[in-house]
Design a protein around this ligand. Sequence first.
Ligand SMILES: *[C@@H]1O[C@H](CO)[C@@H](O)[C@H](O)[C@H]1NC(C)=O
Ligand SMILES: *[C@@H]1O[C@H](CO)[C@@H](O)[C@H](O)[C@H]1NC(C)=O
Ligand SMILES: *[C@@H]1O[C@H](CO)[C@@H](O)[C@H](O)[C@H]1NC(C)=O
Ligand SMILES: *[C@@H]1O[C@H](CO)[C@@H](O)[C@H](O)[C@H]1NC(C)=O
Length: 681
Amino acid sequence: MWVMGIPVRMALHTYRYKEPPCLHCHFVIFIYILCISILFLFLFIFSVLLILLNRHSIQMDLRAKHSLGLLDQLRKMRETEKLTDVVLVAEGISFPCHRVVLSAFSPYFRVMFTCGLRECSTREVFLRDTPADSLGLLLNYMYCSELPLNNANVQGVSVAAFLLQMDEVFNHCQSHMRENMDASNCLGVYYFSRDLGAEELADHAQRYLRTHFVQVCMSEEILELEAHQLGALLSSDDLNVSREETILDVVLRWVRQDTPGDGMEDRRSRHLVELLRKVRFALVAPDYLREAMKRNMSLLADAECLEMMEEALEATGMHPASSPRKLKLRYGMETTDLLLCIGNEGGGIRSRYGNYSERSFCYAPSTGRTHYITSPRYGDVLGFVCAGVVTEGNEIVVAGEAGVRKMARQTNRNVEIFRHRVEAQGTWEHLSSAEYRDSYALGALGDTIYLLGGQMKLKNQYLITNSVERWSLQGGPWHSAAPLPIPLAYHSVVRLKNRLYVLGGRTPQSWRMDDEPDRLSNRLLEYDPETNKWTELGPMKYSKYRCGAVALNGEIYVMGGIGCEGVDHGQSRRCLDAVEIYNPDGNFWRDGPTMPSPQLSLRSNASNAAVVGGKLYVCGYYKGADRHEDIIKDILELDPWENRWTVVACRVLMHDAYDVCLVASLNPRELMSPPADLVTQ
Ligand SMILES: *[C@@H]1O[C@H](CO)[C@@H](O)[C@H](O)[C@H]1NC(C)=O
Ligand SMILES: *[C@@H]1O[C@H](CO)[C@@H](O)[C@H](O)[C@H]1NC(C)=O
Ligand SMILES: *[C@@H]1O[C@H](CO)[C@@H](O)[C@H](O)[C@H]1NC(C)=O
Ligand SMILES: *[C@@H]1O[C@H](CO)[C@@H](O)[C@H](O)[C@H]1NC(C)=O
C-alpha cells in the first residue's frame, strides 16, 4: 500500500520514530522548498516581463521613428511650400502652412476649418490679435516640437496660445513665467495672467509681489501701472514693507514719472490726491514727511495735497506718542523680535482637546501680545529639546536627542539638530546629527553652530567632556574646534561681538575619585573663532549653574542660578538672586540689580533669559530657596538704564518646563494665536 508515494509501513515506521523536533525540521525544509519555488516563479515572471518590455520598446522605437519621419516631411513641405493649403497672416506677414497640421494642434483652427465658415474655403486667414513673431514660434512648435521660450517672448506666445486654444503650450508658458518670476516682472505677470483668467498664476504672482514689494517699488515696472492699478495695490494690508515711507516714495516717484516736456504732467498729477490717500501718514515719520514736502515742493503744490500732509503732521504733533499699534499695519511692519519659549514638554497648559505640547509660547514685548509657534514635534524624530540658538541670520536652531521611535531603529545615539522653517508652515527640518552627549551648550557665530562640552556616556560611565564640535549651516561634516580649557556640563554660552563666552556649569574634580560630586565653576571663558583659541577671563563672584545669561549693550548679564560664593570647595549651595555683569573692555565684573527673588531657570540645560529692544527679559522661573518646585510664570523686564526689575506679564500661558528661551525676528501673522479653549493647569 502506498500513501503519497511512500510505502505505508515505512511511513508508519518513520512516523513512529519521528521526534517532535523533527516535525520542525520538516517544516523548515518545506519552507525552504517553498522559498526556492517562489524564487523561480519570480525569475520566470521577471524574464517574461523583460521580453515583453523589450518587444514593447522596439515597438516604441518604431513608432517614434515613424512620427519623427512624418514631422520631418511636413517640415520640409512647409519650407518648400508644397501642398500648403492655407496662409496665415499676422501683422502683414504671411505664413503658408497646412490646415491639417494646424487643426491637429489647435481646436481653434479645427473648428474654423471644419465648421463650414468662410475660412474653410479662403486661402488667406488674417489673425488680428496675434503678433507675427509669436505666431512664428507657435508654428515652429507645431512642425518641429521646439519652443524656445524666454522672458521677452513668453507673454506674446502665451497670448497666442491662449487665443488658439493650445492648452499645452499655454500651461508651459505659465510654468516658465512662474519659474522666472522676479521683482522686475511680477507685476506684469500678475495683471497679464489675471486678464487671461489664469487664476493660479495670478495668485502666485500676487503673493510674490506682496512679499517682495520693497524690490518691486524700485523696479521700472511699477511706474508703468495705471493710477487705479497702483491705487488698488497700495490699499493692501499684505504688503511686506517695514516702513510706510516706501509707499509714500513710490507714489511720488510714480507721479513724477511724467516729465513736463511730455505735456502729460497734468495726467499723472491729476491722480496725486487719490494716491496719497492710500499712504498711511500716521505711520510715516514726521521728519521724513517734512523733508519729502520740502524736496517735492513743486509736485505737492496742489492745495488739497498740502492740506492732507499738514493734517497728518498736525495729528502726529498732537499725539506724539499716539501708538501706531491701533493703526492698521502692513504685513512687513508687524515683523518684530519675539521671545520664544521653545519646548515640546507639554505640561502646564492644556486646551480642552488635550495637552498643548505641539505649540510653544511666544511673547512680543513690543505689543505685549502672546502667540504660539509650532514646537519641534516630540516623538518620531526628536525627543525633548535640550538647547537652542538663533544665528545672526535669524535661523532658529534647536538640538535634542532622537525621539524614542527613532532611537529604537538605530544603534548609536546622536545629538539631532533641527531648524525652524517659517516658509514651510513653521515645520522643523532636520539638519544634522552629532556624536551623542547631553547637558551641553549650543552657540552660534555667523552661520556656524557650536556644540560645547556636555556629558558623554563612555563604558557605562558619565564623563563630562571639554570637546567642542562645530558645523556650518551650509552643510558639510562636523569639525572639532579647540577644546574648552576645563570639562563642563550645564554651563551657559553667550555670543558677543563675534566671540563666544562660556560661564558657570559643572566640572569634575580631577584630583578626586570619579564618584565625588562635581564642582560648580565660576570661570568665564572666551572663544575667538579667528584664532580658534580659548582665553580665561576674570571669574564671577559666585560658582553656579542653572542661571540665565545674555549679552546686552556690550556686556554679559548673569542672573540667578544655584551656587556658592567664590571657588567651590564643596561648601553649601543656595539659590541666588544675584545679578553679575561682566564688562569685556575692562575685564571686570560688577553687581547688577538684584532679582525680585532667588531663582533658577526652569530647565537645567538652557537659559530662560533673552534680550529684545535693548531690554532684558526673564521668562518664567523656579522661585527657589530650599525647595524649588514653585513655578512662577511671570515675565520680568530689566531696563539697563533704570536698573530695576519690573513684571511685565503675569501668569502667562507658557509650559511648566519649556526647554530654551530664544529671541528671533518673526511675523506674528505667521504664528498662531492662543486658542479660546486654552486653560492653565
Ligand atoms: C519681507 O521682506 C524682507 C526684506 O525685504 C525679507 O527679508 C523677508 O523675507 C520678506 N518676508 C517674506 C515672508 O517673504
Ligand atoms: C521727494 O521726496 C522723497 C522723500 O523725501 C525723496 O526721496 C525724493 O528725492 C524727493 N524728490 C525730489 C525730486 O527731490
Ligand atoms: C498631558 O501631559 C501630562 C504631563 O505632561 C501627562 O501626565 C498627561 O498624561 C498628558 N495628557 C495627554 C492627554 O496627553
Ligand atoms: C537636560 O537635558 C536632558 C536631555 O539631554 C534631559 O534628559 C534632562 O531632563 C534635562 N534636564 C532638565 C532639568 O530639564
